[in-house]
Write a protein that binds this ligand. Structure first.
Ligand code: AMP
Ligand code: MG
Length: 477
């Protein structure tokens, strides 16, 4: 166990003390077996020197690192617009932290059993939802979207009851932090101002040590959180990702995508798409995500109202929309292969999105096909409804100074060929539930190489079949 201690350190969050978390004892699953290992990432973290079995036993809780306190975090949050005073890690634990390129990463296990914050829940996760989270963290990372990342998924025949009985599973994931907007909300609404400030100081000293002592450190902190959130959501929009549950307790303060539930990548482009069946009002629809991002930032900013004056708070919040719009514009420009800025570019992008919406074109495939337009003598693989737009697009490309190869590369490196579509996941889940895990390997391969042409994997780049529309995803996981 000493070798584990050398690599995995005690999570520094415990320095904050009582009220911030609770000490936890794991509840291991019986006879667990590995469903998938993310070998490449384990290797990057120096964890491949530990046997997979030993790692699983550590994450499952049958072995422990000596003198290591495992904890669950305490937080609140706005869920679907309503403040909920007591949430917290109801089925998650922080095992420790690990160093990667001088940055620390939390190691967190989800599905690990009841905690102090489980409320009415069983503290468990099922194989289906664990697999969705396991794969999506990696998919987002390789699409260039900041995200928690996946280390390992394992399962057990222990039954977990949702709509029906399902196999239990756990995933081990990493993230820069698991501190959420909701951690700040908890202390603000509980009138624990001292703790709120301690949390701010902790985040500053852990993640922004250079700014930890500047006179406007809290303004700096809030501004940074808001800016990284705006940039993150611009990236979601650009890859056509819907999170599904943008509650403030699922918002990382370091701008990473966290907590994958009923998420979905857009198939046919539909801005009002809602991926979560439990979201009956469409609060978290694709087109609402940027506004909800701002709503969530306002909720967070409100918790700073005792340490930042009102005009400053307003000013910091007003940066969100600018930051978001600039980021999104840059991302779409890359998708179109354009480097220069012309006044008409915004219209060019909007016109394309309008056609895609009216004609219900596949979001990712349409963008991927655009590089064909500018390849000489090659407009065959473009949908005919885009012909008129393509004339403008071709004309616009003539204004670029960069050569055609670099423009095509720019497009192909920003328009993924492979996307983790719900139907692909569903096939992998169905097979995994029958005990066969090879399809997970195939999906791992495409999500780790989303921009490459891979003839052997051509079928994974197809449009979703009609039955995909019937895949219903809700919060139950
Ligand atoms: P989520 O929708 O997964 O982000 O969860 C919202 C809150 O409910 C968090 O505090 C979770 O820890 C908690 N929660 C979700 N599922 C369970 C479960 N099966 N058992 C206990 N708590 C849960
Ligand atoms: Mg959550």
């Amino acid at each position: 166990m000493q070798n584990l201690r050398k690599i995995i350190k005690q999570n520094s969050f415990i320095d904050l003390g009582k009220g911030f978390y609770s000490n936890q004892v794991q509840e291991p699953l019986n006879e667990p077996y590995i469903v998938h290992l993310n070998n490449q990432f384990l290797n990057d973290l120096g964890l491949s020197s530990i046997s997979p079995k030993q790692l699983m036993d550590l994450f499952n809780g049958t072995i422990q690192i000596p003198n290591n306190q495992i904890i669950s975090m305490n937080y609140a949050g706005h869920q679907f617009g309503q403040y909920v005073r007591q949430l917290g890690d109801g089925r998650g634990i922080l095992i420790g932290e690990i160093n990667k390129n001088n940055k620390k990463l939390d190691i967190h296990v989800k599905g690990s059993g009841k905690t102090k914050y489980s409320r009415f829940g069983d503290g468990r996760a099922v194989l289906r939802s664990s697999l969705r989270e396991y794969l999506c963290g990696e998919a987002m990372h390789f699409l260039g979207v900041p995200s928690s990342r996946s280390l390992m998924i394992f399962s057990s025949k222990d039954p977990v009851y949702r709509e029906k009985s399902e196999d239990a599973a756990m995933i081990a994931r990493t993230a820069l932090t698991h501190i959420r907007f909701g951690n700040f909300e908890k202390f603000f609404y509980d009138n624990e101002q001292k703790k709120h400030q301690e949390l701010c100081d902790y985040v500053l000293s852990e993640y922004f040590p250079k700014e930890a002592d500047i006179s406007d450190k809290y303004e700096y902190l809030l501004n940074t959180i808001i800016s990284s959130t705006a940039k993150l959501i611009a990236r979601w929009q650009a890859v056509g990702f819907c999170h599904g549950v943008m509650n403030t307790d699922n918002m990382s303060i370091l701008g990473e995508t966290l907590d994958y539930g009923p998420y979905g990548f857009m198939d046919k482009f539909n801005p009002s798409h809602v991926c979560n069946l439990s979201d009956t009002s469409g609060r978290y629809s694709y087109e609402n995500q940027p506004y909800i991002g701002l709503w969530n930032c306002s909720a967070l900013a409100h918790t700073f109202s005792k340490i930042i004056d009102k005009p400053s708070l307003k000013k910091i919040l007003s940066s969100y929309e600018i930051e978001y719009a600039e980021s999104l514009f840059d991302l779409y420009k890359n998708k179109l292969g354009l480097k220069n800025n012309l006044e008409t570019d915004q219209d060019l992008i909007q016109e394309l999105l309008n056609i895609m919406k009216i004609e219900r074109l596949d979001y990712s495939r349409t963008f991927r096909s655009l590089s064909n337009v500018i390849k000489e003598n090659n407009s065959i693989r473009l949908n005919p409804v885009l012909n008129e737009w393509a004339v403008k697009f071709t004309k616009r490309h003539k204004e670029e100074r960069t050569d055609i190869t670099s423009r095509i590369n720019l497009m192909n490196n920003n328009n993924p060929k492979y996307i983790l579509r719900n139907y692909l996941l569903q096939i992998a889940i169905d097979k995994a539930e029958e005990g066969s895990f090879e399809e997970i390997d195939n999906l791992m391969h495409i999500i780790k190489n989303p921009y490459d042409e891979m003839p052997d994997y051509e079928k994974y780049a197809k449009e979703s079949p009609d039955w995909a529309a019937d895949i219903g995803l809700s919060c139950s996981s």
